[in-house]
Write a protein that binds this ligand. Structure first.
Ligand SMILES: *Cc1c(COP(=O)(O)O)cnc(C)c1O
Length: 402
């Protein structure tokens, strides 16, 4: 996009819609979801039926989700946060046991480990993908390591085969190969080496929170696995020990959520497609701005573009990045989000439990990155405006001699 084109686009004026850096509604509903919700509520208005958990809606949604991911099992839960807690519970951590997880992350994974009294061992990410760097993961393995809990960051699959290979080579003396767990809260529907995210690893946790790629009335989640023993354990944890003879609580999704989830899952691919189209158009428009490192699509992955993440130059890390984001907001009306700096940076609880750990690369990346708004319902003109605003603000920053 040359200077004249950029100015032309900016002169058209700001988009009428106000796009947030991470919009509050990800997967949106059509008449089919509205009708499904109403029908499911109506069908429940019978004293013999109600909203009971043992119903076709839950069974059908889980079956369809497992089929979509190509896994033997899918276990619906109340949220990805609950699913991550359950995942770490299933590890039966002993005092001093360690779980490796990337520092550039949403806090849920680290909270899940700490909630089970595990030790969080932070690792660096690959700057191109923002997913855990396998070589760095391997360096941090000790005899106390039990699992590698990675996040499919911002919609892109992490390199699961690399972690699985490392996990095989580093057997725990008692528990065998390390377990590899995926947090796919931002990556439902993404692909990796011809499989869907959710297929690789011990288990994968998904979110259907309102912001995510598909949504089940604001909250909801799913765990996929090919391990039948794990599935049974998770079903037990989900519902008062059911079938496992062990401790359990209540992490059950509701019937109406499952009913709407089934429709959302059918529409998932068509909801992701516009994200990918808009993201690629934006990348094309920003390609000739050398200051910007744009999202990378590894050839063996299908990115879902949950977020569109940009890296600024090293010299612009921190204050200059913040100034640039401020200018984007004030002068162009373009909001952004920083997803995510290392979890310990603004979280005293996580900092306290990872105190001596230093992650210089993650600190740097957290100070260079930002996410520009992207939404499947975004008109192309708005996408053009956002790209033009970013190119323009970079030009101005350069002119200021930064
Ligand atoms: C949103 C999110 C979660 C938490 O999902 P909930 O369903 O809201 O609990 C966990 N991990 C990541 C990476 C997320 O983006």
């Amino acid at each position: 996009m040359d200077r004249m084109h950029r100015k032309q686009i900016l002169q058209r004026g700001r988009p009428s819609a106000k796009w947030e850096g991470e919009p509050m509604l990800g997967g949106w509903y059509t008449d089919e979801e509205f009708e499904t919700v109403m029908r499911t509520i109506r069908d429940s208005m019978d004293p013999y039926v109600g909203f009971g958990f043992f119903c076709d809606e839950i069974v059908d949604f889980e079956k369809a989700f497992a089929q979509y991911c190509g896994t033997a099992e899918a276990i619906s839960v109340t949220s990805a946060g609950a699913g991550l807690d359950m995942a770490i519970m299933a590890l039966d951590l002993q005092p001093g046991d360690e779980v490796i997880s990337p520092a550039i992350n949403f806090k849920a994974a680290h909270y899940a480990i700490l909630g089970q009294r595990g030790k969080v061992i932070l690792c660096e990410v690959d700057p191109r993908t923002l997913c855990a760097d396998p070589a760095d993961v391997e360096k941090r393995i000790t005899p106390r390591t039990r699992a590698i809990l990675v996040t499919h960051m911002n919609g892109l699959s992490a390199p699961m085969d690399d972690y699985l290979e490392i996990a095989q080579r580093h057997r725990h003396p008692k528990y065998g190969p390390l377990q590899v767990i995926g947090d796919a809260a931002r990556a439902c529907g993404g692909g990796y080496k011809g499989t869907k995210i959710g297929k690789k690893g011990w288990m994968t946790v998904f979110s259907f929170h309102t912001m995510k790629l598909m949504t089940t009335l604001g909250e909801g989640g799913m765990i996929t696995t090919d391990d039948p023993d794990l599935a049974q354990r998770l079903r037990g944890i989900r519902m008062w020990g059911e079938g496992s003879g062990r401790w359990g609580g209540n992490y059950k999704m509701s019937k109406v959520q499952a009913a709407v989830g089934l429709v959302q899952l059918r529409r998932l691919d068509e909801m992701i497609a516009p994200r990918v189209r808009l993201a690629r158009q934006r990348t094309e428009m920003l390609r000739d701005v050398p200051e910007l490192t744009l999202p990378y699509e590894p050839p063996d992955c299908d990115h879902t573009y949950y977020l569109y993440t940009i890296l600024l130059p090293r010299e612009w890390a921190g204050e200059t990045r913040d100034k640039l984001l401020e200018m984007l907001k004030e002068d162009y009306g373009v909001e952004t989000t920083v997803a995510n700096p290392p979890t310990y940076q603004d979280n005293p609880f996580i900092r306290q439990h990872t105190a001596a750990q230093e992650l210089p690369l993650s600190d740097e990346l957290g100070a260079r990155l930002f996410c520009a708004p992207l939404h499947p319902l975004m008109p192309e003109e708005d996408n053009e405006y956002i790209a033009a605003a970013i190119a323009d603000v970079v030009e101005r920053m350069k002119a200021e001699g930064r």
